[in-house]
Ligand binder design. Structure first.
Ligand code: GLU
Length: 391
């Protein structure tokens, strides 16, 4: 057997690998707290679960159209109207197996062999491998911790070449939690349009933005420039529906048709009963998002205060998502010279799972997900602090 060159080059997902390791240690009887995988700790709202049960009981168990049921596609289009005042039609949307699948499909639809794709670092672990699986070339754009790790037009310009075809933006960001204000996003979008660079904007954390920051989106830019941008969303984070796998793409109808071709030849429609549940989610009520936003903002403050009390740590206070990405290299030494060895040490000595910054393109940092109960968060961070400060 010979695995394809393409796959031999691809790296496994670091976030999922850490999660699997934590689950394996738990199965061995070790007490492990995971501040690793990004997944809200709230249950999926009852009305959403009920809709799935009802769909199963009513025998809604057959294929649906590949891009999703018309009612669900309409609900996604209306989401952009409800929150951002954007006019979109069902034909501008397609439902995929989670935001990750939506992003992968977009890479497959837009990237030709050798095309360069700009990816500001720190980036979510799966962007570069997705580009590589599409035979494109990821071009990592360095950003500065002092700018909250947000890419400026100058940063992007410096990494662009005539071969640059796509830019993958993410706001709020995983792993930094950094959030692009609307004017900043629009400035980047204008620059990309002038340069002929298509933007894939990953907005799966769009509902999780903390005051005084306000929501921002490229869907408004998309409305006026539908051939230049695609916006990815998901129910995973805003409805605590990670395992359900509902990802959405807002795009020009022609791009949607191309993605239908990909799904039609690979995955077909997402689970039919989940689609009924997703419609219930989009119909609301949306109070869980408000509850989660409040809890995550409180936990961000708890985590930020503890982490920044450690000597030599630099960490920006992010406006969104549920991650902190502190620069912790002041604690690296001969025995733990990088983020991976430091995370292994913390897992072994404190039983806390974290994801090394190297997986996100910055080895000086470690990613902390604060989507856990307040008390568990406090006690876990105290344990991490003890490991770091032990000499
Ligand atoms: N997006 C989440 C994370 O970064 C889920 C895991 C994944 O799919 O990578 O932890």
């Amino acid at each position: 057997m010979k695995i394809s060159e393409r796959l031999m080059r691809a790296k496994p997902s670091a976030t999922l690998a850490v999660n699997a390791k934590a689950q394996e240690l738990r199965a061995q009887g070790r007490e492990i707290v995971s501040l690793a995988v990004g997944e809200p700790d709230f249950p999926t709202p009852k009305h959403v679960c009920e809709a799935l049960k009802k769909a199963a009981d009513e025998g809604f168990t057959r294929y649906t159209p590949v891009p999703g049921m018309p009612a669900l596609r309409k609900a996604v289009a209306e989401y952009y109207g409800k929150f951002y005042g954007v006019k979109a039609e069902a034909e501008n949307t397609i439902i995929s197996n989670g935001g990750k699948h939506s992003l992968y499909n977009l890479c497959m639809a837009l990237v030709d062999p050798g095309d360069e794709v700009l990816i500001p670092a720190p980036y979510w672990v799966s962007y570069p491998p997705m580009v590589e699986l599409a035979d494109g070339k990821p071009v990592i754009v360095p950003t500065k911790a002092s700018n909250g790790f947000l890419a400026s037009v100058e940063d992007l310009e410096a990494s662009s070449t005539p071969k640059t075809k796509v830019l993958i933006l993410n706001t709020p960001s995983n792993p930094t939690g950094g959030h692009y204000p609307q004017a900043h996003l629009d400035e980047i979008a204008q620059w990309a349009k002038k340069r002929g660079i298509f933007i894939i904007c990953d907005e799966v954390y769009d509902r999780l933005v903390y005051e005084p920051a306000t929501f921002s989106t490229l869907s408004t830019f998309w409305e006026k420039n539908p051939e230049d941008v695609a916006v990815v969303g998901a129910l995973s984070k805003s409805f605590s529906m990670t395992g359900w796998r509902v990802g959405t793409t807002l795009a020009h109808a022609d791009l949607v048709k191309s993605i239908v071709k990909i799904q039609g030849q690979s995955t077909s429609n997402i689970n039919s009963m989940t689609q009924k549940a997703a419609i219930a989610a989009y119909e609301g009520p949306w109070d869980l998002v408000d509850t989660m936003r409040e809890a995550f903002q409180r936990r961000r403050d708890i985590a930020y205060d503890i982490i920044t009390s450690w000597p030599g740590v630099k960490c920006s206070k992010p406006d969104g998502a549920f991650y902190l990405f502190p620069v912790l290299n002041a604690f690296y030494d001969e025995e733990t010279p990088d983020s991976a060895s430091m995370c292994t040490k913390i897992l072994e000595e404190a039983g806390i799972a974290l994801v090394p910054g190297s997986a996100f393109g910055d080895d000086r940092c470690i990613r902390f997900s604060y989507a856990v109960d307040d008390e568990i968060l406090k006690s876990s961070l105290e344990k991490v602090g003890k490991v770091l400060m032990k000499k």
